[in-house]
Write a protein that binds this ligand. Structure first.
Ligand code: C5P
Length: 401
């Protein structure tokens, strides 16, 4: 790492707080400077003296301490670091963060920061599994907060399960890779990626959908983020976790996906990997449609969905400088994809042959062609993860030209 990086470490209360001392030591060994906020609960488990002995800095603890405010206000404190780390992140701290509470130095600082945040949760397994904690976790991920752990294992309270603080070495590694990523070729560039299927409601309980897993789009979002990009992933319903550091916006229908996509503009680049349903139900029912005796079937009228890729490619004011679409074809792959490139006015199309004999659908391997106005690149058969990695690299090369 070229310039010395710094972390603001918020130490929550919990038996795992002692591990934060080892974390500070590892960070310092890796050339990362740490400033620490010790919450009141945290100070029941580790002393300010041991923390400051390791950071070589004063430890911050009291929001209303006039001397602290004179030296460095909480706003400045929150912005003085390259990354804010909460370890251990207790159920209480997570709840405060998810709900925007600001009633002590730790929570106020977390509210005031414009720096990215990594949390390492640690708590009793039942507290971790509690729906409230899981709800808060989902909110925090949605807000783009990075999460490491918790691990599963024997706990200090005598129970077993998820809730143990990740090992300090694992947390330190996440911090180091965050800094490496931020120095990546796409640092400072913003991207949106669409992924997954869309669900088109028939009535409040039924919908039309497709079999897209969202894996390829999620992998692309993750790879762009690893190269330093600020990524918004607009995802239809999937079973996948949001990749670390990516802001996910979850949507259901194509109409919602278009709205969320327009809201994410302006961005430098956009990758449209979603399998958007071509049609929605025009006469969507407000109430569950009753099955009729006598075999009368409901009349479903279909309407064409908006083409999100074409809409963004033709955006008058906010067209991203690079727009990438996908094309799944079963015959004359390249020719059809070239037509699609022109029709949708995008810059590149990633085309693949999904005819049944290729095994692409549902499989892990993919053979794609990268098609632009200037030519066709035939990529070798490779894993979908490698397609994502190579595409992200080609995008980085494009922006580096
Ligand atoms: O026309 P077709 O569905 O084959 O085009 C595929 C490309 O267009 C993909 O990049 C897909 O994400 C995008 N698309 C879209 N909105 C639609 C249909 C397709 O963004 N309604």
């Amino acid at each position: 790492m070229s310039q010395q990086k710094s972390v603001l470490l918020i130490i929550g209360g919990g038996i795992a707080a002692y591990k934060s001392l080892e974390l500070i030591r590892l960070l310092s060994k890796g050339g990362v400077k740490t400033r620490a906020i010790l919450t009141e609960a945290g100070s029941q488990f580790v002393t300010p003296l041991s923390v400051s002995a390791l950071t070589g800095e004063k430890v911050f603890g009291d929001l209303f301490s006039l001397t602290d405010e004179a030296e460095m206000g909480h706003i400045e404190l929150s912005r003085s670091a390259d990354l804010v780390v909460v370890a251990p992140a207790t159920a209480d701290l997570m709840a405060k963060m998810a709900n925007g509470h600001a009633n002590d130095l730790a929570s106020t600082t977390l509210m005031a920061t414009d720096t990215e945040v990594l949390i390492a949760p640690a708590m009793n397994v039942r507290m971790w599994d509690h729906p409230a904690t899981q709800r808060n976790l989902a909110t925090l991920k949605q807000d783009g907060v990075r999460v490491v752990g918790p691990d599963e294992g024997d706990m200090a309270c005598g129970e077993f399960g998820p809730g143990r603080l990740s090992e300090p070495a694992v947390i330190a590694d996440q911090i180091f890779s965050y800094f490496t990523q931020k120095a990546g070729p796409l640092a400072g560039k913003s991207f949106l990626v669409t992924a997954g299927p869309t669900h088109e409601p028939i009535d409040p309980v039924r919908y039309i959908a497709n079999r897209s897993s969202g894996k390829q789009g999620y992998a692309i979002a993750a790879e762009l983020s690893k190269l330093g990009a600020d990524v918004t992933l607009i995802s239809g319903p999937t079973r996948l976790d949001a990749p670390a550091g990516v802001t996910r916006v979850e949507v259901e229908s194509a109409t919602d996906m278009l709205l969320a996509t327009e809201r994410a503009l302006p961005v430098d680049g956009a990758v449209f990997a979603a399998a958007v349903a071509d049609w929605r139900v025009a006469n969507q029912a407000d109430q569950k449609i009753k099955k009729q005796s006598g075999g009368d079937l409901p009349d479903l009228a279909l309407a064409e969905n908006p083409d999100i890729l074409a809409t963004i490619s033709n955006h008058a004011e906010k067209r991203p400088s690079l727009v990438v679409g996908f094309a799944a074809e079963t015959q004359t792959v390249i020719e059809n994809a070239q037509k699609k490139l022109a029709k949708k006015a995008c810059d590149w199309i990633v085309a693949n042959d999904v005819s049944p004999e290729t095994g692409t659908f549902g499989g892990d391997q993919n053979r794609v062609h990268l098609i632009s106005k200037t030519g066709v690149e035939d990529w070798p058969l490779q894993s979908k993860a490698d397609v994502a990695k190579n595409l992200a690299q080609r995008i980085a090369d494009h922006f580096g030209e």
